[in-house]
Design a protein around this ligand. Sequence first.
Ligand SMILES: Nc1nc2c(ncn2[C@@H]2O[C@H](COP(=O)(O)OP(=O)(O)OP(=O)(O)O)[C@@H](O)[C@H]2O)c(=O)[nH]1
Length: 206
Amino acid sequence: MASQKKQLFKIIILGDSGVGKTSLMNQYVNARFTQQYRATVGADFMAKEVMIDDRMVTLQIWDTAGQERFQSLGGAFYRGADCCVLVYDITNPKSFDSLDSWRDEFLMQGQPKDPEHFPFVVLGNKLDKATERKVQESKSQQWCKSHGNIQFFEVSAKDATNIEQAFQDIAKAAASQEKDEEIFFPTTVTLTKQDPKKQTKQGGCC
Ligand SMILES: Nc1nc2c(ncn2[C@@H]2O[C@H](COP(=O)(O)OP(=O)(O)OP(=O)(O)O)[C@@H](O)[C@H]2O)c(=O)[nH]1
C-alpha cells in the first residue's frame, strides 16, 4: 500500500436553522437556489471537485440540521473533518450569537488534534438582504479575530455573491491541515456524473 496525498476533504457546515446552510451548499455545487425552505434532517452531503495548488481534490461538503429536534449527529460524525464552516444570517442577530456554541460543539464533539489551529471559516449569509442587516460586518470581523483569526466572508446563497471565493478559501483551509503529514486515504466516494461541467454526488446520514 503506497501512501498518497489526501484527495478527499471533509467540510462540515454548522449554524442555526434557516441561516442558509443547505442553500449555500446547493449554490456552490449546483449553482441553484430556491426560496422554499425544507428543514435538513440529520445531515446530507454533496461532493465537488476543485483545484487547489495545481491538484484536483474532492470536497465532501456536509450540510447539517440546524433545528435541534433534527440533530442526531455524534462525535463520530464530526471527527475527521478538515474544515468547519460556521454560518449565520446577517439579518438575524441570534444566529450570530450562536456562533460560539456551534464552535464549542464542534471542538467538543470532533476533538480535533490541534483545536487551537483547527481551520474554521465564518460565513455571514443573505448579503442580498443588506438593507435589513442587523449584524454589522465589523462585529463579525472582531469575533473572528478574537477566535484565532478565523477567515470571514459575507455571502449570498441567493445571488451567489462571494460563494466561489469563500469555498476556494474553505478548500485551502482544509488542505492546510495536511502540510506535515502524508496520509493514506482510501477513496470512499465515487463521483456520479450529473452534469458534464459539474461532478456531484449526494448522500445522507443519520
Ligand atoms: N434572501 C436570501 N434567502 C436565503 C439565502 N440563503 C437561504 N435563504 C432562504 O432561507 C431559508 C432557509 O434556507 P436553508 O438553506 O434551508 O437553511 P438551513 O440553514 O439549511 O436550515 P436547516 O435545514 O433548518 O438547518 C430558505 O427559505 C432559503 O430560500 C440568501 O442568501 N438570501
